[in-house]
Design a protein around this ligand. Structure first.
Ligand code: UGA
Length: 435
């Protein structure tokens, strides 16, 4: 079979990762982005976000001329499959905002009216169940040459390229049984070893995506609830509990890392969208609401520890290590660091911050209200409490001496459990989930 040509609409971390991996396989790839500034940056080899290896692969494919970028939808006419990876953020009520998504689908439908041969439109954006059958399909009503598939993705920020190359599963939702064939063929060309493929209808595929993320969120809120009990029990450490229960194959070891709560652009948004969606069917979904409530109150654990330290707010300085919502990304969306800094500013603490990647994004919000540092030792210098908020590798390697030499008062709150408590027993080391 001839090589399948793809186009991708929306160049966030999902769309751009797919584009550069596909192009690096030597396949002609077209990326479409309507944000001019973003588009120009990418076309010049400079994405507007950090994702490991993406920039390298992008520059490589630009050099090999296997990739091109445009804001013109017409360029999809020369391709066989269009992946829609437009962002679907939350609106202010926690519902999913489909404005940009719908705009892209409308434009796609208009453009595809100019094409005679078959074209596959793949919905990769996370959309609330029934969106494809009730909103997308009606828009394509007059496009008899268009096949629609729902193909949710499970990429993690910071691991996108790896997750794309080695997925645990591919889900393809379609209207008719044989309508997944072209996309399946594409994946056969993409993967040397084809992962398991589950074929479903549209709504099941959409529901799989939400259920997956919500289950992960549930695991985190569960272990955080356990952590909060452990913290009250002398000598009990939630990490030992997580390790032990994680060995039970029915539970599994991943996503049992206690901490300040989950953030990012996906888990909080998908959880609140599903809470809203489930209200349509009558009574509220109690489990999902509890998962969200626990997550929202988890940062209070840090404030409680801080209060126990009895620091005099307006004379004391706090250093924060880690601003991004997790390691290996510069993304600060829904990051606990924002909630915490807001609270600490209200209490009049002087605040110093460090992050290997996210300083620039943080500066856009807080400007000169807080102090930014490139070196960890400078950030913690003369501060009275250091709070570790993100699990960056450089923080896991910190030795007690850096704190004892630089800090004014040697209080450490390890909200991510990146340090070994046994090595820090000469300092006032406190941690989430450690009694
Ligand atoms: C999540 C899912 O993991 C991906 O499978 C999915 O494709 C993606 O959302 C999406 O819908 O696009 P991501 O938001 O990149 O990926 O981040 P995660 O690795 O899931 O972490 C989310 C948050 O949970 C982070 O704040 C992280 O620090 C926290 N977390 C994670 C914990 O607090 N404990 C854990 O054990 C694991």
């Amino acid at each position: 079979m001839k090589k399948i040509k793809i186009s991708i609409i929306g160049l966030g971390f999902v769309g751009l990762s797919l584009a550069v991996v596909n192009a690096n396989l030597g396949n002609k790839t077209t990326g479409i982005e309507i944000d001019k500034e973003k588009l120009d940056g990418i076309a010049n080899g400079k994405p507007d976000f950090y994702e490991p290896d993406v920039e390298k692969l992008l520059r490589n494919s630009l050099k090999k001329k296997t990739i091109s970028f445009t804001n013109k939808f017409e360029s999809i006419l020369d391709t066989d499959i269009t992946f829609v990876t437009v962002g679907t953020p939350s609106d202010k009520n926690g519902k999913i905002d489909l404005k940009n998504f719908k705009k892209a689908i409308f434009q796609l439908s208009e453009t595809l009216k100019k094409k005679k041969s078959q074209h596959v439109v793949v919905i990769k954006s996370t959309v609330i169940p029934t969106t494809t059958s009730e909103i997308v399909l009606p828009i394509f009503k007059k496009n008899s040459n268009v096949i629609v598939n729902v193909n949710p993705e499970f990429l993690r920020e910071g691991r996108a390229i790896n997750d794309l190359k080695y997925p645990h599963l591919i889900v393809i939702g379609s209207k008719q049984k044989n309508e997944h064939k072209i996309l399946k063929e594409y994946y056969k060309q993409f993967y040397q070893k084809l992962p398991e493929i589950i074929e479903t209808d549209f709504t099941t595929a959409e529901m799989i995506k939400y259920s997956n993320n919500i289950f992960l969120a549930t695991k985190i809120s569960f272990i955080n609830s356990i952590a909060n009990i452990c913290q009250k029990l002398p000598s009990v450490d939630v990490n030992q509990i997580a390790h032990a229960i994680g060995r039970d194959p029915r539970i599994g070891a991943q996503f049992l890392q206690a901490g300040p709560g989950f953030g990012g652009s996906c888990l909080p948004k998908d959880l609140s969208a599903m809470i809203n969606f489930s209200k349509k069917f009558g009574s509220p979904n109690q489990l999902l609401e509890a998962v969200e409530k626990i997550n929202k109150s988890q940062p209070k654990q840090i404030l409680q520890i801080l209060e126990d330290l009895k620091l005099k707010n307006n004379k004391m300085a706090i250093s924060i290590l880690g601003l991004s919502f997790k390691k290996d990304t510069d993304d600060i969306r829904e990051s606990v660091s924002i909630k915490l800094v807001n609270k600490l500013l209200k209490k009049n603490f002087k605040i110093n911050v460090h992050d290997p990647m996210a300083i620039e994004n943080f500066e856009k919000i807080y400007k000169n209200k807080i102090n930014y540092y490139k070196k960890i030792s400078d950030c913690i210098k003369d501060t009275d409490c250091c709070i570790i908020l993100t699990d960056w590798k450089e923080y896991t390697e910190l030795k007690p001496e850096i704190f004892s030499k630089n800090m004014r008062t040697k209080n450490i709150i390890d909200a991510r459990r990146v340090l070994d408590p046994r090595k820090f027993n000469k300092l006032n080391y406190r941690a989430i989930g450690l009694g």
